[in-house]
Design a protein. Structure first.
Length: 59
């Protein structure tokens, strides 16, 4: 494939591309924040208590 299909990244004004480990860290941090918010929402509605009670009754 030619360079026209995939233009080069960079230039004097462009920031250097992030490495895969840094991208993974950022994605994991975002996921953790989303899960924390979801957990808080579930606890505020009492959903986590009902789920735990249902699992205990089924066993």
């Amino acid at each position: 494939m030619s360079e026209e299909t995939f233009p080069r990244q960079g230039g004097t004004a462009a920031a250097p591309p992030k490495g895969l480990p840094q991208q993974m860290e950022e994605l994991m941090a975002d996921l953790n924040a989303d899960l924390s918010a979801l957990d808080a929402d579930l606890q505020s509605t009492g959903m986590s208590q009902r789920t735990a009670g249902e699992e205990g009754a089924a066993g």
